[in-house]
Design a protein around this ligand. Structure first.
Ligand code: SIN
Length: 289
């Protein structure tokens, strides 16, 4: 009788001490997961928000197939996908690149969309010998730590999201002078805005999380610029305090999946002179409420 048939855990989940982030071992992601194993993976992901699977060499087909077991693909704008693979982005930085590494700012992926992605899946192909960590901030615990009155006030607010700052025609990438291997497509489309509740309720866990970021949040609906800036500035400092942040170290062939509905992430640099190659897919999400 297998462990799963006996009602025992089919996988091994090893969480970080504070419960934010967990390693999952005991499975092979190159093959379709049995329904009970997939349920355990999804449960662990819901509990720990960021999960990683070491030693998972995957082909493009296998990465896509694993993604589709979590949910349908999300829509990835403003970055040219891999040739013949419309749902895989290659995050590639060559040893001679001097441009700021992609993702070097706290954000939740594509939060300016009406239905931002639930998950992002990142698979490491080439990991530099130094640097290249990804930082994750736990937006549940950051919310939980606020006073009741602050929670009450924030719970009434709507934040305005947009891709203008990085991808707009007057944005960061539009003005970039340094060579970049990744092909970024700046566009007027990036300047559209979309409102989302500043505090969102996770559709699976029912927990509340702060849902704003310095990369994609332009302001708070109905407030003056300096009023929004004061509140958002406070929140960004609060959300990214050490106590809420997990620093993720990569090894080759590691697959990491994070929940954009309750985390922010930041791609740390520190690997100039070295190649870093990652393959990324997203899983469609729902409209934040
Ligand atoms: C990102 O998706 O923002 C990039 C994360 C990373 O490359 O570490």
């Amino acid at each position: 009788m297998t462990a799963a048939m006996a009602g025992k855990a089919a996988i091994t989940v090893t969480p970080n001490e504070n419960g934010f982030g967990a390693a999952i071992t005991g499975l092979d992601l190159s093959k379709p997961l049995a329904p009970n194993v997939l349920t355990e993976v999804k449960d662990a992901w819901a509990r720990h928000s960021v999960v990683w699977f070491p030693d998972q060499p995957l082909t493009h087909d296998e990465l896509e197939a694993f993604t589709l077991q979590i949910g349908p693909f999300g829509v990835d704008p403003f970055i040219k996908p891999m040739e013949g693979r419309p749902h895989i982005l290659e995050l590639r930085r060559e040893p001679d690149e001097k441009a700021r590494n992609f993702g070097a700012g706290w954000h939740s992926d594509w939060s300016f969309q009406e239905t931002p992605p639930a998950a992002t899946i990142l698979h490491s192909k080439v990991v530099p010998p130094v640097g290249g960590d990804t930082l994750y901030a736990d937006c549940y615990r950051a919310y939980d730590a606020l006073s009741d009155e602050m929670k009450r006030v924030l719970g009434t607010l709507t934040a305005i999201h947009s891709a203008a700052l990085p991808y707009g025609t007057d944005g960061i990438f539009a003005h970039e002078k340094e060579k970049r291997t990744m092909e970024i497509v700046v566009s007027k489309e990036a300047e559209k805005t979309f409102p989302h509740p500043l505090v969102r309720t996770h559709p699976v866990t029912g927990r509340k999380a702060l849902f704003v970021s310095p990369v994609y949040t332009l302001g708070i609906e109905g407030m003056k610029r300096e009023e929004s800036a004061a509140i958002l500035g406070y929140l960004y400092t609060h959300m990214t305090k050490d106590e809420f942040v997990y620093r993720h170290k990569w090894h080759e062939n590691m697959l990491t999946m994070w929940d954009n509905r309750c985390t922010l992430h930041y791609a740390d640099g520190g690997y100039d002179g070295h190649l870093r190659v990652m393959h990324r897919t997203t899983v469609a999400g729902e409209r934040p409420v």
